[in-house]
Each structure stands twice: as C-alpha cells, then as structure tokens.
Design a protein around this ligand. Structure first.
Ligand code: ZN
Length: 309
C-alpha cells in the first residue's frame, strides 16, 4: 500500500508578468507549453502548464502569473528549490544559454550530483542536475535545444524547514518515501516506485526566515498517484495521520486532494487521469486558451482582460 505514490506529479508556483514567465519556461528553458488555462478560482488570471511533449507527470511546472504581485520570500515552510534533470555534458550549453539571457548560474554539487543553480525572472530558485542514475525520459526539443542537452523533467524538490521531524514522518509513514542520505542539515528522500522525479530533499534550518508566497515562490507540490481510487486511499491515510485534507477536487486534467504538512508546505496528491489531452489533441497541446466548463460562456470577456502573451 505504501508504494502508491509515483514521485512528483507537478509543481505550482507564482509569477508576476505572464508573458515574461511563459517566454522564460518555453523559449529559454525549452519546455513545452502544455496547457494555457485560467485559475479556476479567479478566471482573470492565467494558469500555465509547462512540461514535456505529452505533459507527463513528473515534468509539469505550473504558474499563476499575478501581474503586479511583486516578489515573495523563499524561506522556511516552503519548497524553495526546484531541480530539473539534464544530461551529463550539457552544462556548457546551459551556462552559455543562460548568460545570453543575462542570467547568472553557479555550478555546485549536492549529494554527489553536479548541478547548475540559477533563478528565473521572478526569483524562483531552479537547479539543473546531472543525476547519478540514468534518466531515459524523452525530452521536448526546440529549434535551439536539442535532445543532447534538453531538460528531462523534474529531478527533485527541496523543502526548507525550521524543524524537519514531523515532515519526515509524513514523507516516510504516509507517502512512502525513505531517507537515503543525510549530510549536515540536508536530508535526501527517495521513493522506489518510479526511477525519475522521485527525490525530495529537506534543508533543516531553525533560523531560516519564514517564506512568503508571492512571485518567485512555490505555491504547492503535487505527488502523483495512478487514479482517483488510489487518491481516495491517500485521503484516508492522511486523515489517519491526524492531518486535515480537502475533499476530492476536479482540476479538469487531474483529480486532487490538498493538505498542509506540519512543516508548512502545501502538499497535493494528483492523479494521472484524465490527463492533458482531455480537451486538446496531443499535437495541439497549449496552442489555445482552454476554459473550464463553468467559464466557457464568458470566453470573450475573459480573453479581453487576460494579459497578451
Ligand atoms: Zn496543483
């Protein structure tokens, strides 16, 4: 029963300017624009999905671009770093490319894996990581980013927490991750049900400033399950652990549950079904504005106040 989480499903973050955000993730990083829709709770705001060619779970980063919101603070109680897997030998390409767009990148190493750290235009902390394990996921490629260097999908997410204890309990006892390494105040957890997008790191820092959600910060991370039957098993498991959790929410492209883990990070559990081709063909993913049913009747009005891309 504990093998039911299949690594990460998606990561959702906040941006400021919509066009700048879309240009960065599609043009600079070369991800596919998988879905262009609106915030279900606020249709005057976009909801963007960027990922691989199919919109595969474990590759999808989503953004709410809130024009004028200003920068948040990456700090405690938050997923502070998002890591993408890239092929060995691709760092020179990425350093040149990021420099061309005026983005500083620093080389480093975490748990024996080399990485390139940089920020997106809103201050989101990103990493390109060469995994020690082979990552054979087929990437989305563009005219400027070929298969030899392209981003494969997520490698890991890093949570920064003042006290990691209770969060580790949720990761291991409820979600089925296991601790594989610890150096100083940094922990690494993996889940064995999948071989990619299956790492969560924790930095435990009692003096870290409290994070504040606005542009350049993570809103939540979503763990992947196969379908809504498994999803509801997790609902029981989270409740049994004494945590509050939402009822099942229909996000049109997946079904979701949300709960706040004890360290303050908003966790979601999301399903593979029905997926991103439910309202667009595979070839046409991300090419037009998709509206949830309840807003389709207001399309002209909504399109008139969404920022131009
Ligand atoms: Zn989500």
């Amino acid at each position: 029963m504990k093998t039911d989480i299949l690594g990460l499903h998606h990561i959702t973050a906040i941006a400021d300017n919509a066009k700048r955000n879309a240009d960065f993730y599609t043009s600079v990083l070369g991800l596919r624009f998988v879905k262009k829709t609106v915030n279900f709770d606020d249709p005057s705001t976009y909801h963007f999905y960027f990922g691989d060619g199919q919109g595969s779970p474990g590759t999808i980063i989503t953004f709410f671009p809130w024009e004028g919101i200003g920068r948040g603070v990456n700090g405690a109680g938050m997923a502070t770093h998002t890591g993408y897997a890239v092929p060995s030998g691709s760092f020179d390409f990425w350093k040149d490319r990021l420099a061309k767009y005026g983005i500083e990148a620093a080389e480093g190493e975490i748990f024996g894996e080399r990485l390139l750290s940089f920020n997106d235009p809103d201050g989101m902390q990103l990493q390109l990581v060469v995994p020690n394990k082979v990552d054979d996921r087929k990437p989305w490629v563009t005219s400027e980013i070929n298969e030899g260097v392209a981003i494969r999908g997520f490698h890991s997410v890093t949570l920064t927490l003042r006290d990691a204890g209770a969060t580790i309990g949720v990761l291991t006892d409820v979600l089925g991750y296991r601790q594989v390494m610890k150096v100083g105040n940094r922990f690494r957890f993996e889940i064995d049900t999948v071989s990619t997008a299956n790492i969560i790191d924790i930095i435990e820092d009692a003096s870290a400033p409290r994070g504040r959600n606005a542009a350049g910060t993570n809103h939540h991370i979503a763990f992947r399950v196969k379908d809504d039957v498994v999803l509801m098993e997790f609902r029981k498991r989270v409740l049994a652990a004494g945590l509050d959790i939402t009822t099942k929410i229909d996000r049109d492209y997946f079904f979701s549950l949300y709960f706040r883990e004890p360290g303050g990070v908003l966790f979601e559990v999301a399903t593979d079904n029905p997926g991103f081709t439910v309202d667009e063909s595979l070839d046409g993913l991300g090419s037009s504005l998709r509206l949830p049913k309840q807003y389709e009747g207001r399309r002209v009005e909504i399109e008139s106040f969404l920022p131009k891309l």
